[in-house]
Design a protein around this ligand. Structure first.
Ligand code: ME8
Length: 511
């Protein structure tokens, strides 16, 4: 049987500044999905990388007094380091300054030109370097000090007049609307879809796709005074990594992408410009663009002026990797905005991880170590309480699958925690510590049931907390096959169990 292909991407991050919580968030969410699909047995290609061209990066390099390429090399390596720290399981890391990517950009440019969708003109209008975006005047406003800014992002805009190539975006309005209609799941969540639909219904202007006032970009083929607009360059990364323009490349079988996961501020680029470019080049369109919300930090927007960008790496050092991964996916319904605070983080670590799954595992496994021969206990006749808990447990993988399908990470975790609470209640009522003195067969059945609960939790939570769940599965004596399908085979009674250690230490408040 051929495996289902699943090609998932993060945005490629600008190398003008250091990686922060927002980048770690998108990458972690994508990672959880990639790992979930692998667990399901899908053939996954997971891509992340860095967006290295454009005016913003050139300006940052200049300010640092370093040549743009050397600057990009340094910051890109820092993004790779962040991915490593967060245990991101990407299959490739693309850099837009690579030779292959340049070739991919120039090929698609020529294709669009050949197909009659590119013409030379002159751009005169507003541009925000911070957003690398062109804005209509109606999308901007004046500040009291007379400077103009983009309403959607707050970024300063400047008046730009320069020769420019244009992409005939206006020719794609009806095609895009028909595509959205036929593929209602293409843009999610629904509120975002509605916003994009109304933007496209309002009419599309042709899009400036080259710049001449700086040179840090991919040269336009045949007219090297121009560099390509950084968003055209950037979006093409998703094709480059799949082998484009070599349609015989093995990677090409992953195209079209299954999912572009992006922050809410860049949906227009992914859900309007990108499908239009692909239609213009005669290429297949991605299946879905999902927009997630933004984090504030301790109630404030992260910004240069406040200097409150959070680097997740020191947090990982302080609180533990899986603790951070869990927190960011549990705290906020995916798609909504949320606030990151140390208090909320500590609360979740203590209540959900240390007192929740950590305590359940420790209670069960240390009890087995001391009182049940440090091996998977044998199961006797099941009673109603066992059957009830096992039914809840065995329903969990499907519930998680359904939640993951709609990227409802918080719901997936909530379902798992329902099982944890049910198991806690079960231990209290079954009281294995009393059974130890009165009925060891029954005690073993209770412990076997708890091992099955822990095994199920350990397997399905691997995508969220890979390191810790791998430890838990080690403590349960599971062999190396830890995909969802192992849950179809019974636990092997008598498997010796190693001495367990605590999974999640409590965070102790400084006095
Ligand atoms: O936009 N909360 O790169 P970028 C949550 N290069 N997520 C956040 C965030 C926050 N406060 N801040 C940033 C670009 N993000 C382009 C993309 S793709 C072809 C080109 C995340 O470095 C979120 O995923 O500005 C957002 O979309 C991304 O970082 C923007 O990263």
């Amino acid at each position: 049987m051929t495996k289902t292909k699943f090609y998932i991407t993060t945005p490629i991050y600008y190398v003008n500044g250091a990686p922060h919580l927002g980048h770690a968030y998108t990458s972690t969410a994508s990672d959880v999905l990639a790992r979930w699909h692998r667990l399901q047995g899908d053939d996954v290609f997971f891509l992340t990388g860095t967006d290295e061209h454009g005016q913003k990066v050139e300006a940052a390099a200049l300010a640092a007094g370093i040549a743009p390429q050397a600057f990009a090399d340094r910051v890109s390596a820092d993004f790779e380091d962040m991915a490593k720290t967060m245990n991101i399981s990407n299959d490739d890391f693309i850099r837009t300054t690579s030779a292959h990517h340049k070739q991919a950009c120039q090929t698609i440019w020529k294709k669009l030109e050949e197909n009659g969708f590119i013409y030379l003109g002159a751009y005169e209008g507003w541009y925000a370097v911070r957003d690398e975006a062109f804005y209509d005047e109606a999308e901007t406003a004046l500040k009291p000090d007379g400077t103009r800014y983009a309403l959607s992002s707050g970024a300063a805009v400047e008046w730009v007049v320069e020769p420019s190539y244009f992409f005939k975006l206006s020719a794609f309005q009806d095609k895009l609307l028909a595509f959205y209609e036929e593929n209602p799941g293409f843009i999610a969540p629904t509120a975002k879809r509605n916003e994009i639909l109304s933007f496209v219904r309002g009419g599309l202007n042709d899009l400036s796709i080259s710049r001449t006032s700086f040179s840090w970009g991919v040269p336009v083929p045949g007219d090297e005074k121009h560099v390509m607009y950084v968003w055209l360059d950037a979006l093409v990364n998703y094709l480059t990594a799949a082998g484009y323009p070599d349609d015989t490349a093995e990677r090409w079988s992953y195209w079209p992408a299954s999912l572009h996961l992006v922050g809410k501020e860049i949906v227009r680029f992914h859900a309007v410009y990108w499908p239009a470019f692909l239609m213009g080049a005669g290429l297949a369109l991605p299946k879905k663009v999902f927009s997630h919300g933004w984090w504030t930090v301790e109630g404030e927007k992260m910004s240069k002026s406040l200097g409150n960008f959070i680097d997740v790496r020191p947090l990982v050092q302080e609180f533990g990797l899986d603790q951070i991964r869990y927190f960011i996916l549990r705290e906020v319904p995916f798609g909504n905005d949320g606030d990151f605070s140390r208090e909320a983080l500590k609360r979740r670590i203590n209540s959900d991880l240390a007192n929740g799954i950590g305590n359940l595992a420790q209670r069960t496994l240390s009890f087995i170590g001391k009182n049940a021969g440090a091996a998977v206990p044998p199961k006797g006749a099941l009673q109603e309480a066992d059957e009830g808990l096992l039914a809840t447990t065995h329903a969990l993988p499907e519930k998680i699958r359904a939640a993951m399908e709609k990227l409802a990470f918080h719901e997936a975790l909530d379902e798992a925690w329902r099982v944890i609470r049910a198991a806690d209640g079960y231990i209290d009522t079954q009281a294995p510590w009393s059974l130890r003195k009165t009925d060891t067969d029954r005690m073993n059945t209770v412990l076997n049931t708890l091992c099955e609960v822990l095994r199920t939790l350990g397997v399905v939570l691997q995508p969220f907390m890979p390191e810790t769940m791998s430890k838990l599965l080690d403590y349960l004596g599971l062999s190396k096959d830890r995909s969802l399908s192992v849950l179809n085979t019974p636990l092997i009674e008598g498997t010796p169990l190693p001495p367990p250690a605590g999974l999640f230490p409590r965070v102790v408040e400084a006095a």
